[in-house]
Design a protein around this ligand. Structure first.
Ligand SMILES: [Zn+2]
Length: 112
């Protein structure tokens, strides 16, 4: 069970109070002339990494707001939460995640 601290309201709660909205930082298609393959990739293809990942989460049974969360999908360790409007993970969260993953002797991402 993940314990998540909402960066919007500050409440700490079990993951059941939250809803995972999937992979973070997916760039929207730019225009109306995008090929079907591009639209298919935008809608359905996700990296789903085993290791460091960045996700969108919503405090569903709390303040209702969305935010980003960085965690390791192997160990469920949470490295940080940050603003939903951030276009990319903050450098300090990425650095801390890499430091803690390396301290466990794990690669940033695993293939199996
Ligand atoms: Zn909240």
């Amino acid at each position: 069970m993940l314990m998540i601290q909402c960066p919007c309201c500050g409440a700490t709660a079990e993951e059941a109070d939250f809803h995972c909205g999937g992979e973070a930082h997916i760039v929207r298609l730019a225009g109306d002339n995008d090929a079907d393959a591009d639209l298919g990739a935008y809608l359905f293809e996700r990296a789903n990494p085993k290791g460091l990942c960045f996700e969108r989460w919503r405090h569903q049974y709390g303040c209702g707001k969305w935010f980003h969360l960085a965690r390791d999908s192997r160990t469920m360790e949470i490295f940080g939460v940050y603003d939903i409007k951030a276009p990319a993970p903050p450098a300090e969260i990425v650095a801390e995640a890499r430091r803690r993953i390396a301290a466990r002797g794990l690669p940033e991402h695993s293939n199996n």
